[in-house]
Design a protein around this ligand. Structure first.
Ligand code: PGA
Length: 257
């Protein structure tokens, strides 16, 4: 059984006061939601990590960061190490989000280095993969997924693999209001699980959680979550409002497997 995981990726939104308000509101809405069936994760910008960490300290809500650098420390101006993120209270790190691949030259090679550094530090990576619209139109979706999974996870040991979370995010569905249909998403998720099975084994592939991301909202979460291989969601836009994010978490919890 795979525990449902809903993560809110706040991207470059919310100053400290706004972040505290949002985290407080979500905490209030979800106060009686146990953590047996669902992991709820908030991923604010770096500047708000510490404050959000304090807000959620006595709740079941967990903290995540949106990116990381792979070295432990050193002369790397502007970068943040896994240890530094752990120090703020983070237990999850998003790696290889399509916006980082698109705007900040992130590649499978850098994703792989970050993944290994995150695992080395005992943190949980959320590795984002997914095809662009043109790749889908050229019928290259599975090829792209294979490239992202095989190269992004290259050299990962069996014992580390089940700690990884994959987020399948078709780039054409991110921030566009266009969601993949539950069937389209399920077919990509099943393909990804098949790749993981080939890389590792059945037990490991069945234990790895695969989130869907791309215009997830309160009104589409249930159908997505009903799919066999969808284990949660990585939510962007709808995670910026107390009401929509809390609704998504509550609904996902109701249909959790
Ligand atoms: P969205 O973003 O929910 O706004 O489409 C998802 C993401 O980028 O993780």
């Amino acid at each position: 059984m795979r525990k449902t995981i809903i993560a809110g990726n706040w991207k470059m939104y919310k100053n400290i006061a706004e972040a505290i308000e949002l985290a407080n509101g979500i905490k209030r809405e979800l106060f009686n939601l146990g953590d047996e069936r669902i992991d709820t994760v908030l991923c604010p910008p770096f500047t708000a990590l510490r404050d959000v960490s304090e807000v959620i300290s006595e709740s079941n809500i967990l903290l995540g960061a949106q990116d990381v650098y792979w070295e432990e420390e050193g002369a790397f101006t502007g970068e943040v190490s896994p240890g530094m993120l752990k120090d703020t209270g983070c237990s999850f790190i998003i790696i290889g989000h399509s916006e980082r691949r698109q705007h900040f030259s992130e590649t499978n090679t850098t994703v792989n280095k970050k993944l290994k550094a995150v695992l080395r530090n005992g943190l949980t990576p959320i590795v984002c993969i997914g095809e662009t619209l043109s790749q889908r139109e050229e019928d290259k979706t599975f090829q792209v997924l294979e490239d992202h999974v095989l190269n992004g996870l290259d050299g990962i040991l069996e014992e580390e693999a089940s700690k990884i979370i994959i987020a399948y995010e078709p780039v054409w569905a991110i921030g566009t209001g266009k969601t993949a249909t539950p069937q389209e998403a399920q077919s990509a998720h099943a393909y990804i699980r098949g790749l993981l099975k080939k890389m590792f084994n059945t037990d490991i592939s069945e234990s790895i959680r695969i989130q869907y991301g791309g215009s997830v909202k309160p009104d589409n979460i249930v159908e997505l979550m009903k799919q066999r291989d969808i284990d949660g969601a990585l939510v962007g836009g709808a995670s910026l409002k107390i009401e929509s994010f809390s609704q998504i978490v509550k609904k996902a919890c109701e249909v959790s497997k």
